[in-house]
Write a protein that binds this ligand. Structure first.
Ligand code: ZN
Length: 259
């Protein structure tokens, strides 16, 4: 049995921890803060085997140096394309690579998903997807590098690839942005009953201080406007003649959206 739980960091970051009962090792994803990770490990009597890093932003990498100091044999695995910005990496990976973690009996496939950053990668081991800041529940990452029009094309293609994973894929995003994303999604599709129902479920979870994540690819295809750009009705509503054009429009509209 494998458990994946979130550690809370900063305002709304989740550092996902993968562990197994009766196994001393565990894995963390995007540790922006080392303290919460070490506190968890100490409390649960676990050792840190490896860290997966999706992209270079400080809220995903800020804890790396301290973790590396604390765990000298630690494997820190992240995007080759952003190595210069993440000096703590001990292994770099790129599209098509496999990350093997025999101590946890796990193998992750690496997919390059440029858009939020130019070198962003995700880690996939069916049914688990650690997707960093590329896909959020009911939303997606902002386009923070390069020209908007170009990044919009690459991000659209990246999200298409994630959308083509099996519907049962569990989506472990790095931020609790779901309620804010849903306000935007409902402004785009006010009559989408799946969206309304999902918003009710998420409101209850947040009132109980529970995470809304993980989501699933099947659910996101019903509620996430950024995975619904090939919907012809939506394209017509916003007078766009392609899914890509609608994506670029929605991404810009979300940047300016005041909920
Ligand atoms: Zn980021």
């Amino acid at each position: 049995m494998t458990n994946i739980i979130p550690l809370h960091a900063f305002q709304d970051n989740y550092i996902w921890v993968l562990s197994q009962p009766d196994n001393p090792w565990c894995l963390v994803v995007d540790p922006g803060d080392a303290k919460v990770v070490n506190a968890y490990l100490e409390q649960h009597n676990k050792k840190l085997l490896a860290v997966l890093v999706t992209h270079h932003h400080a809220d995903h990498t800020g804890g790396l140096a301290e973790l590396r100091q604390h765990w000298p044999a630690l494997r820190i695995i992240g995007p080759a394309a952003e190595h210069a910005k993440i000096p703590a990496l001990t292994e770099t990976v790129a599209e098509g690579d496999t990350v093997s973690l025999p101590q946890l009996n796990q193998q992750f496939q690496v997919m390059a998903v440029p858009g939020h950053t130019a070198g962003h990668i995700v880690f996939y081991s069916a049914p688990v997807l650690f997707c960093g800041d590329t896909l959020f529940s009911a939303g997606c990452g902002r386009l923070l590098e390069g020209a908007f029009a170009e990044s919009a094309v690459t991000m659209y293609q990246s999200l298409q690839r994630l959308g083509n994973l099996p519907e049962t894929t569990q989506v472990y995003c790095t931020h609790e942005y779901t309620l804010a994303n849903l306000r935007f999604a409902i402004s785009i599709e006010p009559d989408n009953l799946d969206l309304q129902h999902y918003q009710q479920q998420c409101l209850i979870k947040r009132q109980n201080a529970e995470p809304t994540l993980p989501s699933s690819i099947g659910l996101e295809k019903k509620v996430n406007p950024f995975l619904r750009c090939n919907n012809i009705d939506l394209q017509l509503k916003f007078s766009k003649n392609s899914a890509q054009a609608l994506f670029a429009y929605l991404r810009m509209a979300k940047d300016q959206f005041k909920s």
